[in-house]
Design a protein around this ligand. Structure first.
Ligand code: URP
Ligand code: ZN
Ligand code: ZN
Ligand code: ZN
Length: 473
């Protein structure tokens, strides 16, 4: 007989991608062992009363940048602070981006990231690899990362010339390699060469405010890059392509058309594009104000006078957008963002949100944009499948890791920098009042958050070796 401790979660509604069903969940040690009819009598050392709550698989955030050197500074959340904040928000797995800078050896970059994360993570974590330089060595490294290191996805940049930028030939070569080894290519799709021209023109004209960060990155240049990435993936033999942080209707339309044609093209969006806008946030405070720097990220926030947010919600309903991630890349306003005073192009790009993704997307359920099933699918199950972690992650089923969120749909979540757990001195969603809230979070069977109290430890989170995508068409 097993000696592992048993936990019985009773009285809740189990939410999966297909149903919402009253179910008791039995956990033994680190795994789910049984789904039981409500009220089934069974011995368990621990009981969690989930009456009135949803019980869902822990959130999977496949786009975070903990302590990433970027924009002349470093993202302000460490693995320790960022994964603890994730835990508070019901996210039990993050997939963070290792950064290979141009000229750096891929394997050394990976060692650096393991050293940052190991022993410092509240929740389990995997890695993608940013290829900052595509050459013979990095192409060879791709094969070995897929085969031996559990890293099966590689991010390339069509933006940021001189930093992470790859030209079309480099992109094609990496895609060809991915077609051979089965990896997924993740694309930052913005035409960085054209954007740099617009940026220089804006600065020369004295247009230095944060809003010009958005105005110099027009939606057409996102759509153009998406279009080019899709074409290159097709030429490379049908490489699985995953477009990150989609913000513009035009880009989504291109993705949707290609998906209708049957291609292995997938995409994510992030809560900031669903809720925040160019005018109200990036342009906050009007001319001369620096407030908008809080909201400078790339792709940028889009105009509220266009259909972007409505189209993104629709894309989430139709699966043309399969995943909601956060692109968590926090920089403090009072020091780091100030690098861009007088020159919007020097504002470190990114915002923090790893703590609030489940709540912000659940609000989309409350507001009638999404079903409960799509909430779980876009925030947990599909990201786990897309990046080769299913059904260990993204499901509550016998054998799955007991990564479980008890979510109270009648709670209220008030977002504020005064109360959040991310290491950032502002919240992009300050003052938001959301219906619903995380009550209890289990990571591999251990309760790590309960009613606002952290019970986890930075030595708990383990590296997840991922397989190939399980979401191909
Ligand atoms: O502005 C952003 N998105 N910063 C993080 C880096 C990236 O491009 O994802
Ligand atoms: Zn990006
Ligand atoms: Zn990112
Ligand atoms: Zn700071």
């Amino acid at each position: 007989m097993s000696t592992a401790r048993r936990t019985l979660i009773t009285g809740g509604d189990l939410v999966s991608t297909t149903s919402t069903t009253p179910t008791d969940v039995l956990v033994e040690g680190e795994r789910v062992v049984a789904l039981l009819a409500p009220g089934t009598q069974i011995a368990a050392e621990d009981r969690i009363d989930a009456t009135g709550c949803y019980v869902l698989p822990g959130g999977v955030d496949v786009h975070t940048h903990m302590e990433m050197p970027f924009g002349g500074t470093e993202a302000s959340d460490t693995f320790e602070t960022g994964t603890r904040a994730a835990a508070f928000g019901g996210t039990t797995t993050v997939v963070d981006f290792v950064v290979q800078r141009t000229g750096e050896v891929v394997e050394r970059a990976l060692e650096t990231w393991h050293a940052k994360a190991a022993g410092n993570s509240a929740v389990d974590y995997g890695f993608h690899m940013i290829l900052g330089g595509v050459d013979e060595d990095s192409l060879t490294a791709m094969d070995s990362l897929v085969a031996h290191e559990g890293i099966t996805s590689f991010k390339l940049f069509m933006a940021y010339p001189g930093v992470f930028y790859s030209d079309d030939g480099q992109i094609l070569r990496a895609m060809q390699r991915a077609t051979d080894n089965g990896a997924t290519i993740m694309m930052h799709a913005e035409n960085g060469i054209a954007i740099d021209v617009l940026v220089q023109q804006a600065l020369a004209a004295g247009n230095t405010d944060p809003v010009f960060h958005g105005l110099t990155r027009p939606a057409e240049l996102e759509a153009e890059a998406v279009n080019r990435a899709i074409a290159l993936a097709a030429v490379a033999g049908g490489t699985p392509l995953y477009v990150v942080h989609v913000s513009a209707s035009q880009a989504l339309a291109r993705i949707a058309a290609e998906r209708t044609a049957g291609a292995n093209v997938f995409a994510e969006t992030c809560p900031q594009y669903l809720y925040l806008t160019l005018e109200d946030h990036l342009g906050a405070g009007g001319p001369g104000s620096f407030e908008g720097a809080k909201y400078a990220c790339s792709t940028p926030l889009r105009s509220k006078h266009e259909r972007h947010a409505a189209d993104l919600w629709q894309g989430l309903r139709t699966d043309d957008l399969a995943v909601v991630s956060t692109d968590h890349c926090p920089f403090c306003f009072n020091d780091q963002k100030q690098l861009g005073v007088g020159d919007f192009s020097k504002i470190p790009n990114g915002m923090g949100g790893v703590e609030h993704r489940l709540d912000l997307v659940h609000q989309g359920v409350v507001d009638g944009h999404l079903s409960l099933q799509r909430w779980v699918e876009t925030c947990s199950t599909t990201p786990a499948r897309m990046f080769g972690m299913y059904p260990r992650k993204g499901a509550i089923a016998p054998g799955s890791d007991a990564d479980i969120v008890v979510y109270d749909p009648s709670a209220t979540t008030r977002i504020s920098a005064r109360t959040h757990h991310m290491n950032i001195d502002y919240s992009a969603f300050e003052g938001f009042e959301l219906t619903g809230g995380v009550r209890t979070v289990l990571s591999r069977g251990r309760t790590i958050v309960d009613r606002g109290t952290y019970l986890g430890s930075p030595s708990h989170g383990q590296f997840v070796r991922r397989g190939l995508s399980q979401y191909l068409r």
